[in-house]
Design a protein around this ligand. Sequence first.
Ligand SMILES: NC(=O)c1ccc[n+]([C@@H]2O[C@H](COP(=O)([O-])OP(=O)(O)OC[C@H]3O[C@@H](n4cnc5c(N)ncnc54)[C@H](O)[C@@H]3O)[C@@H](O)[C@H]2O)c1
Length: 387
Amino acid sequence: MSQYRTAIIACGVIARVHARGWLGVPGQPTAIGAIADTNPDARREFGDFFNVGQEHRYADYREMLDKERPDFVDVCSWHQQHAEMVIAAAARRPKAIICQKPMATSLGEADEMLTACIRNGVNLIIAFQRPHHATWLQARELIRQGAIGQVTQIQLDDGGNLLNTNSHNIRLALFLMDEPQAEWVMGTVERTTDLVERGLPAEEACLGLVQCSNGATILIQGNLVRGLGQGCRVIGTEGIMELDTTHHPDSEIPDDGSMYTPEIPSARYNYEIGVVRYMNGATNGWQQVEAPWHDCWAHQCQEAIDWAEGKIEQPISSAERARAVQEIMMALYESARKRQRIYMPLKTRVNPLRLMVENGDLPVEWPGRYESRARLVRGEGMSWHQG
Ligand SMILES: NC(=O)c1ccc[n+]([C@@H]2O[C@H](COP(=O)([O-])OP(=O)(O)OC[C@H]3O[C@@H](n4cnc5c(N)ncnc54)[C@H](O)[C@@H]3O)[C@@H](O)[C@H]2O)c1
């Protein structure tokens, strides 16, 4: 019998990955105790697959929180619902909340989430899972030991938009450098079509430079060049390091059974592998970094439990660290809006990209709104959000 019960809000693709993460913690201290989703098919498929009893499946997540009083709450909905759901969960005072990335859609929302958690004494983790890869933990250790000298720049080149995929890499860059402060951000965005990603206006490409307090810079190249994707290149005074991802062979990856699978099998996320190589004057070429593999999501859930039990002071993915990512992303958008370098702390609370779109500052040259993640949505809808 498990010691703790986790309740999952929103039972789409990433919720399956989280559920495997909770169940993958050694000793299985946590059971999936309750689920909530507005979509009846999502509730039925997820509930059957993860053996959640009918009486613990809810359409209304607030009703679930009130009736179940779970130990842990896991928010797995689209970005625009993260703040509302985390604030509602915090009010019911679970031991900890894990919320999907990006933390929020604006800096104002991120701060409200933190306020709600602080005033209720609730620990909040934002699910940037990749720093929890065994080899990526090892990479930070090597950088700490000076394997590539002093870090001067971290280069990011993922193909997606800022909030969705580049947020992961910004978090990675801060993690690898032991959480420096961002001092200023300068950036620009391109948006010529009416693109939205999970209901939010998104840019087609972006470019940004972040000056960090340790003297290094982060170069953000969003959907501009082909490169490492989820990962980064770390340039040091004595060497270079590259982080990348691959995954276990498809034959080893569990399928989703009867659950709706619009993209890849969801377990591909659980079975991802972090890849790291580096070189310096003494390595005689690239040196591959090895570490025993673990599911990075289970590692993150383990930290949520350890944090709640007082065994660690701050987990790798604490919400304060995700707020730093949110501030950098919003500062990049604000730099594009104000056409100037933005010095931290950022004072703008709204999402400046959204503001530019609403104000007509980024005129659409090829009209017609489209949702890049519409294939995730069930039934006739093109979005889970209104409007
Ligand atoms: N960390 C990662 O690598 C990673 C990967 C994929 C997705 N994500 C994040 O996960 C989040 C969810 O994405 P997804 O791909 O799983 O989406 P999804 O569309 O598969 O699932 C969303 C679910 O939310 C449900 N929902 C909508 N409104 C609801 C409400 N009011 N109450 C309860 N349920 C509601 C929908 O019915 C659906 O089942 C996003 O924020 C995304 O950024 C993270």
